[in-house]
Each structure stands twice: as C-alpha cells, then as structure tokens.
Design a protein around this ligand. Structure first.
Ligand code: ADP
Ligand code: MG
Length: 242
C-alpha cells in the first residue's frame, strides 16, 4: 500500500483550465471524497488518476512510482486501480460470477486463483447466493454490488468511484452507503470517491476535498468541514443539504 499524491496538477482543454494546480496527499487506506458542484473538474481528476487523461502540468505519484507527469504517462492497464462508475455496465449475457471474474480473464489469472478471488469478492459484497443469476434478474442495489465486486477482484490498492450512486433512489442510496463503508473496511483499499452530494461525502469519507472551478477550496475531515469551513462559499455549499 502506498501514498497517492497529486502535486500541483493542472488540466486544460484548449485554453480552458478545468483543474488548477491541485495538490493532495492521500494516505494508504484512506477514504477520500472529491466534492463539488457539477462541472468543477471532479471527473477529470479521477480520469487523470485512472490514466484516461494526461496531465497538463504537475505530476501524480503512487509511492515511489510516477503515474503521470508532462514527460511520462503510465497506461491505465499498468496501474491496477479498481473503478466503479455511475453506469456500471455489466455484461447482460454473463452471470454475476462471470461479470465479477471478467477482469481476471483479461489478466489471464489461472483457474485456481480465479475461483478463490471471485469467491472472496462475492463474499465481501454478500452476493454469493446470487452468483448464477443474470444482471436482469437483480435489483439496482444488487447490480451496483456486482460492480463493486468486479472493481476489487484484481486486488487493487486504489479504487476510484465516479458518482456510483447517482442513478439510485434516495432510500437505496442510504443503504448502499452502508455497503460502501463495509466494503472499505473489508478491502482496506484506498478509495477516491467523486460526488456532488455533500451528505454522501460526509457519510462516507475520512477526508474531503471541496472543489470549485478546478481549485481546492478545503481539504479536511467531515467534522472540520462542517464546523470550520474555510470561507463563505464552502459554508454555503456544505449548508445546502441535498
Ligand atoms: P465534474 O465531474 O465535476 O462535473 P468534469 O471534470 O466532468 O466536471 O468537467 C469539468 C469541465 O471540463 C467541464 O466544463 C467540462 O465541460 C470540461 N471537460 C471535461 N472533459 C472535457 C474534454 N474531454 N474536452 C473538453 N472539455 C472537457
Ligand atoms: Mg463528473
């Protein structure tokens, strides 16, 4: 397990800067939320961590390894980060077990390890009883749990989430928050979780980065964010509720 750090990372598209000299150090095993309104650059930051985007300035390090700088870019396949997105895109013709095991097939993991890891992943999200079902035979929350299991089956150090609960209704979101915390406890992985929902960030994260127009407004615990906002904008944003 290694520390993940962004050092003065910027990203521009044309002449528009969407991430502006962002520095963050994420400790191993921490659950971090990137919180801010739509368009503030959250997904772009996650995409740079995943390796889908290059950086325009600064660098990203994972322990001793450079992931990205203006001179170097480690491809996504070589980062072994888990990912869970809003549209969790399960293969409709594959069973739960086959969906979860798919990343291991790509990595050509041998049969014995394949069985063990898929089993472990299904245990963590409590889907063992559903392993032979097709996605169409599952509820929304169960499908999201399949996506969670799939993200951890390769035993990544870091798991990236982009608004994974945004398509679910409020009741289900709240029960999934419990699942996510349990998921974090059981995997011990570092988690970087993007959301525009203050309540969700507060409920899940150990540490929150509040972003506005690609800039870091505050980096603190949920408690500090609530009781000691850095400025009026943060206070208003946090106070809005959802
Ligand atoms: P968020 O996830 O916080 O809603 P994004 O990171 O998706 O924000 O987008 C931040 C800004 O960058 C937006 O103005 C968006 O339109 C712009 N943007 C994102 N990706 C691209 C791209 N590939 N090309 C041009 N502009 C982009
Ligand atoms: Mg986004």
């Amino acid at each position: 397990m290694a520390r993940l750090s962004l050092n003065a990372v910027s990203k521009s598209f044309g002449d528009k800067t969407v991430v502006d000299a962002l520095s963050l150090t994420i400790e191993p095993g921490q659950f971090v939320a990137l919180l801010g309104p739509s368009g503030c650059g959250k997904s772009t930051i996650l995409r740079m961590l995943a390796g889908f985007e290059t950086v325009s300035a600064g660098d990203i390090q994972h322990g001793d390894q450079c992931l990205s700088s203006t001179k170097f870019h480690l491809p996504t396949e070589e980062r072994n980060f888990g990912m869970v997105f809003q549209s969790y895109a399960l293969w409709p013709h594959m069973t739960v077990m086959e969906n979860v095991g798919y990343p291991l097939k790509i990595q050509k993991v041998d049969r014995q390890n394949y069985q063990r890891r898929v089993q472990d992943a299904l245990d963590i999200v409590q889907l063992n009883d559903f392993k032979d079902r097709l996605p169409s035979q599952l509820s929304g929350g169960q499908r999201q749990r399949v996506a969670l299991a799939r993200s951890l089956v390769t035993e990544p150090d870091v798991i990236l989430f982009d608004e994974p609960l945004a398509n679910l209704d409020r009741h289900l979101r709240e029960s999934m928050e419990i699942t996510f915390r349990e998921f974090h406890r059981r995997t011990g992985a570092t988690m970087v979780y993007v959301t525009h929902d203050q309540a969700e960030a507060m409920a899940l994260a150990d540490q929150i980065a509040v972003l506005k127009d690609g800039q870091l407004m505050q980096w603190s615990t949920p408690e500090d964010l609530y009781t000691r906002p850095n400025n009026e904008w943060v206070a208003n944003f946090i106070g809005q509720g959802s």
